[in-house]
Design a protein around this ligand. Structure first.
Ligand SMILES: [Zn+2]
Length: 131
């Protein structure tokens, strides 16, 4: 599966966003080396702080199905905002542990896309090496 196909799956996942408060939809898709894919969408709650981001939804779904860091090929995260949305701080920390530093992360909106990684997004990361 190429980058554009993975990004398109993330846009498909975005259709399932539950965002009655922000109306800001985000989708994500984890691609495994064996070709499996796991969707995620942002899920909000009337208690706002309990919302879950799309990329965490996707990676938690993958892990819930037995996937581990070494099984993951790439992650796509998409939004319909005016700018390309990068993961929030909490997601950067979670992704650092669950996908690692160098797994490609494709970020896109309807107009543009870029490729990044946790190494770029979370310098001086706190990891289990620090414990
Ligand atoms: Zn987040």
């Amino acid at each position: 599966m190429n980058k554009n196909e993975l990004v398109n799956l993330a846009f498909k996942a975005m259709e399932n966003a539950y965002v009655p408060y922000s109306h800001y939809r985000v989708g994500a898709c984890v691609l495994c080396k064996d070709g499996r894919t796991f969707y995620g969408a942002n899920i909000e709650n009337a208690s706002y702080g309990l919302a879950n981001c799309a990329e965490r939804s996707a990676i938690f779904s993958a892990y819930s199905n037995g996937v581990r860091k070494e099984d993951i090929e790439a992650l796509a995260i998409v939004s319909e905002g005016k700018t390309i949305a990068a993961p929030c701080g909490a997601c950067r920390q979670v992704l650092c542990e669950l996908i690692g530093f160098d797994t490609p992360i494709y970020l896109a909106n309807r107009e543009a896309e870029t490729t990044t990684s946790i190494r770029e997004l979370l310098p001086m990361a706190f990891t289990n090496e620090d414990l």
